[in-house]
Design a protein. Structure first.
Ligand SMILES: Cc1ncc(COP(=O)(O)O)c(C=O)c1O
Length: 397
């Protein structure tokens, strides 16, 4: 039976990673894969994670099952991290949380919940959006459509085009939004634009589904959660998919959560019961280790301070690299304005160069980025940023 299966092409990012590994040139620069890197090019285990993990292993007496909704302490701590300590949704009894296998697991759970509630619902994603949003949101059978988002002329958000399109959607349409550090463009909504979106969502009865995968890596922990906090304070229903992969560096531990805000406490209980059933049918229970680490960090003052400090320095490093990249590129490409890189946030930017330039950068200069020109800013470092800017100067005409 399995002989009938077609062989699929490899994922382009995996192909890019393999090509980078096979490149023996010592000057090679990896701006492809979306993980945070320090100045030595490493993706380190955060200090607080290491300490929490050691204490956890010493203390743990069983590996018995937890539950389909995961670690209750983790879920409560994540609600406070994402929403803030004083958020009205916490007191109103309308917010429920299920632990998920990473942000991807949370996105898939959210999509399945929407399908259970309204199989005909259409999910609208930004143009462009993170490539994996497409299978995560549509493999359960939901239809996906796109709304305009990125303005390549300014490197910012095409807000009028975006709101113009959203304003024409029928009620009960689902709108996938990136809370901050938009992947792949780095172009984020300003606070005032979130407020305008809130009014639009309310007026048109749209359901926001917010993906927050980079909290703390854009403008700060509270700043990056402005959108989800605002919408959850004001709207009857919101879904928020959270990833701890980047801001806790827990990529392979598959740690995340889905928050669901419902109109009433009864509806919230029903939604959680549905989510538990969905999780049982997909993977039964989420992995415990990463969630236990995050719970330990967020509920211990010393570990939390250490984590927040390290996260601050990661964010600062990205901001400094953005400023340095603009400066270097101004010198090597005087006819192009790369100033947008410093106005964008998070790990990613579109470099905005033509496909032939992306190819030449890879083949002639050993600088690797995605085919669409997305670069991971954190892949730059003190000792390669000059080389990177010179290489771009050679291929940009
Ligand atoms: C926009 C976005 N959402 C969600 C995720 C989910 O990541 P994970 O499943 O590793 O937590 C990522 C990871 O790259 C992302 O970029």
């Amino acid at each position: 039976m399995l002989e009938l299966l077609d062989r699929l092409p490899p994922d382009p990012i995996l192909g890019l990673m393999a090509a980078f590994r096979a490149d023996s040139d010592p000057r090679k620069v990896d701006l492809g894969v979306g993980v945070y890197r320090d100045d030595a090019g490493e993706t380190p285990v955060m200090q607080a994670v290491r300490q929490a993990e050691q204490a956890l292993l010493a203390r743990q007496t069983t590996k018995s099952y937890v539950s389909a909704v995961g670690n209750a302490g983790f879920n409560a701590a994540m609600e406070r991290l994402v929403m803030g300590e004083e958020h009205p949704a916490l007191g109103a009894g309308r917010l429920r949380t299920i632990q998920a296998p990473g942000g991807c697991g949370a996105l898939r759970l959210g999509a399945e919940l929407i399908r259970a509630a309204a199989p005909e619902a259409v999910v609208h994603v930004s143009t462009p959006t993170w490539a994996n949003h497409v299978p995560l949101l549509s493999n359960c059978g939901l239809r996906l459509e796109r709304y305009p988002y990125f303005d390549s002329a300014t490197g910012g958000v095409a807000f009028d085009a975006m709101t113009g399109a959203l304003d024409r959607l029928p009620p009960r349409s689902v709108v996938l939004l990136h809370a901050s550090c938009h992947n792949p463009t780095g172009a984020d909504l300003e606070d005032g634009q979130w407020r305008e979106l809130l009014a639009l969502m309310r007026r048109r009865s749209l359901l926001p589904f917010i993906d927050i995968a980079y909290q703390g890596l854009g403008g700060g922990v509270a700043e990056d959660a402005y959108g989800p906090r605002l919408l959850c304070a004001e709207l009857p229903e919101v879904l928020v998919a959270v990833s701890c992969s980047k801001n806790f560096g827990l990529y392979r531990e598959r740690t995340g959560a889905l928050h669901v805000l419902s109109a009433t406490p009864g509806a919230a209980d029903a939604a959680l019961s549905q989510l538990a059933r969905i999780a049982r049918g997909l993977y039964s229970m989420p992995p415990d280790h990463g969630a236990a680490i995050v719970h330990a960090i967020l509920t211990d003052e010393r570990l939390r301070r250490s984590w927040a400090g390290e996260l601050d320095s990661m964010r600062l490093r990205i901001q400094q690299l953005r400023a340095a990249a603009v400066q270097r590129l101004a010198a090597t490409c005087p006819r192009r304005d790369f100033g947008f890189i410093a106005r964008q946030r998070g790990m990613f930017s579109y470099l905005g160069v033509e496909p032939h330039a992306v190819r030449e950068l890879r083949e002639r200069h050993h600088v690797y980025m995605l085919d669409d020109g997305r670069i991971n800013i954190a892949g730059l470092a003190r000792d390669n940023i000059g080389y990177f800017a010179e290489a771009v100067g050679k291929v940009v005409r």
